[in-house]
Write a protein that binds this ligand. Structure first.
Ligand SMILES: NC(=O)c1ccc[n+]([C@@H]2O[C@H](COP(=O)([O-])OP(=O)(O)OC[C@H]3O[C@@H](n4cnc5c(N)ncnc54)[C@H](OP(=O)(O)O)[C@@H]3O)[C@@H](O)[C@H]2O)c1
Length: 415
């Protein structure tokens, strides 16, 4: 059977990492025991995936170590990486006794038509796992393949599947990040939360969850978003922030808004220059204090601008290297989730997530985000190249598939 896999040159290969290629290769129908062959139907694509690609070779993250590039002319796993995507698929062959042909599954797949995955022994009613002993144990959420038939969050309608691929990986980061902040009483009672890349789904879902916590607790934490000028109107329209400022002028806008008390800065952009300006802003003596900067994302880091020094503090854990920002903390969802799994029962976590997800699926309808389906290899390649040229617009929510072809990029459906 012919397979197609979207691959990118590794930065270490010296090639341009943006020169994406779709590799054609054979997939054998004879698979080893305890494996599945699945048809990847479609997958979401957002700045999150661009970050996976940019950090593909970063030693703390190793996103290129989840799926290997095929061996083909001019392509190998030494020179190329496969950027993981969250998607839906169908099992078309299984040699594992507890996983069955025809099952609909959701997981951390390769952007391909077909994918062969090994299956570990710990299969349960809800999920099976891909054994990846070469990666740290806290990567388990990425190794989980969810069985849709028993997934309490699954809705088989195509729009619900699309929303799942787009929001699930980001929303759970926002959800568990808010849970983590709340577990510290917002870092000792902070009342102002500043966020960069405020137009990104990860950031605005966090703003949405902080508002929700405010209403549950009767508290009045304010959330202030920073975004680029071109995304200012969208971010304001969301109605999830108390204030939104653009990157160029936020320094002056904040002066009059620098409320007293403790501030948290959640950094989703990962832009050194911006972060230095935010830090300088709070250096001015006054009654406001920046208590922490939380590194949550890297929307400003692209595969071609990756700076290895940027991740030095992730590799040294909580001990910041000399000269680095002393108040910097990292939030990495799998790490916090493994802590919460020690504290809460599985059913308590399932219930929390079900309630939050049901509310999200209703509330997200008003956020002005349009679904953009892109089908077929040449269209997907062109869509990726458009992202390299122009970045990702926050109002576009991409769902891609290497199956089929559409006459033009982007059949749009308003959510
Ligand atoms: N820590 C974790 O566990 C975790 C989990 C999930 C996601 N994340 C991270 O959160 C970030 C946001 O992901 P998302 O999928 O939510 O994003 P998204 O919705 O696709 O965000 C789009 C936004 O990213 C910014 N952007 C897009 N292209 C850009 C470019 N070329 N240059 C500079 N900025 C660009 C713009 O925001 P502005 O104009 O507002 O800056 C744009 O509106 C990613 O870096 C992702 O890896 C982290």
């Amino acid at each position: 059977m012919d397979n197609l896999v979207l691959c990118h040159p590794r930065v270490s290969s010296g090639q341009d990492p943006n020169q994406t290629i779709i590799v054609q290769c054979e997939v054998s129908q004879t698979i080893p025991s305890d494996h599945v062959l699945l048809k990847v139907d479609r997958f979401g694509f957002s700045a999150n995936n661009v970050t996976y690609q940019a950090l593909g070779e970063a030693s703390h993250f190793r996103y290129f170590d989840f799926h290997h590039a095929p061996e083909a002319e001019g392509v190998s796993s030494k020179t190329h990486g496969v950027t993981p995507v969250w998607g839906f698929g169908t099992i078309i062959k299984s040699t594992h006794p507890k996983v069955h042909t025809g099952e609909r599954v959701y997981g951390y797949f390769a952007p391909a038509r077909y994918l062969v995955l090994p299956v570990s022994q710990d299969v349960n009613k809800y999920a099976f796992f891909v054994p990846r002993s070469h990666l740290p144990p806290d990567r388990r959420p990425y190794n989980q393949v969810t069985r849709c038939a028993t997934d309490p969050l699954y809705d088989p309608s195509p729009t619900a599947e699309d929303l799942t691929m787009l929001y699930r990986p980001l929303f759970w980061t926002s959800f568990w990040c808010e849970d983590w902040l709340n577990s510290t009483d917002y870092k000792g009672g902070s009342t102002q939360i500043l966020m960069s890349s405020a137009s990104s789904k990860t950031a605005f879902c966090l703003a949405y969850l902080i508002r929700r916590r405010n209403s549950l607790q009767g508290s009045s934490r304010r959330v202030i978003g920073l975004t680029s000028m071109k995304n200012l109107a969208f971010t304001k329209r969301l109605g999830l922030y108390d204030d939104v400022f653009d990157y160029e002028s936020f320094d002056t806008s904040l002066v009059g808004n620098l409320a007293r008390g403790r501030w948290i800065y959640v950094d989703v952009a990962g832009n050194d220059g911006l972060n230095a300006r935010v830090r300088d802003h709070f250096r001015v003596p006054g009654e406001s204090e920046l208590v922490t900067r939380i590194a949550l994302g890297f929307t400003n880091v692209s595969p071609s601008t990756i700076n290895p020094g940027l991740f030095a503090s992730w590799d040294t854990g909580s001990e910041a290297p000399q000269g680095a920002d002393p108040i910097l903390e990292h939030f990495f969802m799998p790490e916090w989730l493994s802590v919460r799994k020690q504290q809460l029962s599985v059913s308590a976590i399932t219930q929390m997530q079900k309630e939050a997800w049901t509310r999200l699926m209703s509330d997200c309808q008003t956020w002005g985000v349009s679904l953009r389906r892109v089908c077929g290899p040449s269209q997907v390649k062109a869509a990726y190249e458009e992202i390299v040229r122009r970045g990702l617009a926050p109002e576009d929510a991409f769902v891609w598939s290497l199956w089929g072809e559409t006459a033009e990029i982007g059949s749009r459906a308003k959510l």
